[in-house]
Design a protein around this ligand. Structure first.
Ligand SMILES: [Zn+2]
Ligand SMILES: [Zn+2]
Length: 256
C-alpha cells in the first residue's frame, strides 16, 4: 500500500505491506524526530498506535503526508477506530505517566520498561525525577518501618528498635515488594505535589510511614500547609505491612 506526496512537498512515495504499517510510515515521516516527552505522537509511534498518531496529526496542523493519506484512505480512518486506538494507547502509558509539578503538562513514561519519566519536562524544562524520588522515598520508608518496630524477648519486654538489629535486607521479601508497590503508587499519583519537594524525598518518606501507620505526622515541616493537608489525607488512607521483631528460643533475632 502506498501514498505519494504532492510535488510541492517533494513527490516522495511512502509504502508498506499493511495499512497499519503505512500509517506508521506516515507518522514517522511527519513526526519521527520529535523528542518531546510531553508530546503524545512519539509515544503513540513507539508503542505502535499508528491510527491514533495520524489522526492526532491530522487535527493538529498541515502535514503533507497525513493529507495525502487522508485524501486516499479517509474511509479507512474512521473517528471511531482512531479514538479506540488512542484509548488503548492511553490505557497503556497512563500508569507510567505523571503530571509535571511545575507546568501541569503530562510527561509520558515508559510502560515497556515500567518506569516513570526521570529526565526533564520538555514543556517547561524542570527536572521530573520520579524514579530517583521513588527509590529514595522507598528506602526511607523501609528504614522508618524498622525504626518504628520493637524487638521483643521471650519475657515480653522489648530490647530496642528493629533498626538496631536489622537492616532493610532483613525485611521479608514479600513485605519489601508490598512496600515498594505502595511507595511507587503514592509517589506517582501525587507527583503534582511531591515534585515540588524533590530534595525532601527522604524526609517525606519518613512522614508517609508515620501517617500510614495511623499515627499523626508533620508533613508540614517540609511542605506548604495546603500540600501538607492533602498529603496527610492521602497517606492516612494507606496501610503499610507490619513487621514483627523477636528473639527466638535459640537466642537469635527474627524479623517476619
Ligand atoms: Zn511532538
Ligand atoms: Zn513542565
Amino acid at each position: 500500500m502506498k501514498i505519494t506526496l504532492d510535488e510541492v512537498f517533494g513527490g516522495e512515495t511512502l509504502e508498506a505491506r499493511t495499512f497499519h504499517e503505512l500509517c506508521g510510515e506516515v507518522a514517522r515521516h511527519e513526526h519521527g524526530t520529535c523528542k518531546d516527552n510531553t508530546c503524545e505522537i512519539p509515544s503513540m509511534i513507539e508503542h505502535g498506535h499508528y491510527f491514533a498518531a495520524v489522526h492526532r496529526l491530522a487535527g493538529a496542523s498541515e502535514f503533507p503526508a497525513v493529507d495525502a493519506l487522508y485524501a486516499k484512505f479517509s474511509r479507512w480512518l474512521s473517528i471511531k477506530k482512531c479514538d479506540k486506538d488512542a484509548d488503548e494507547w492511553w490505557k497503556f502509558v497512563e500508569p507510567f505517566s505523571v503530571k509535571c509539578h511545575d507546568c501541569g503538562a503530562i510527561v509520558y513514561g515508559d510502560p515497556v520498561d515500567e518506569t516513570f519519566p526521570d529526565d526533564r519536562c520538555s514543556n517547561c524544562w524542570k527536572p521530573v525525577g520520579v524514579e530517583s524520588f521513588i527509590s529514595t522515598f522507598t528506602e526511607s520508608v523501609s528504614e522508618s518501618l524498622l525504626w518504628s518496630t520493637l524487638v521483643w524477648n521471650a519475657d515480653g519486654s522489648d530490647v530496642g528498635n528493629a533498626e538496631e538489629h536489622f537492616d532493610e535486607g532483613d525485611i521479608p521479601s514479600e513485605k519489601r515488594d508490598e512496600i515498594e508497590q505502595m511507595c511507587r503508587a503514592f509517589v506517582s499519583e501525587n507527583w503534582e505535589i511531591l515534585g515540588h519537594y524533590q530534595d525532601e524525598a527522604h524526609n517525606l518518606g519518613h512522614e508517609y510511614l508515620v501517617m500510614a501507620a495511623h499515627l499523626d505526622s508533620g508533613f508540614y515541616r517540609y511542605v506548604s500547609g495546603e500540600h501538607g493537608d492533602a498529603l496527610r489525607e492521602l497517606a492516612r488512607a494507606d496501610t503499610l505491612p507490619e513487621l514483627h521483631g523477636y528473639i527466638g528460643d535459640d537466642g537469635s533475632y527474627h524479623l517476619d
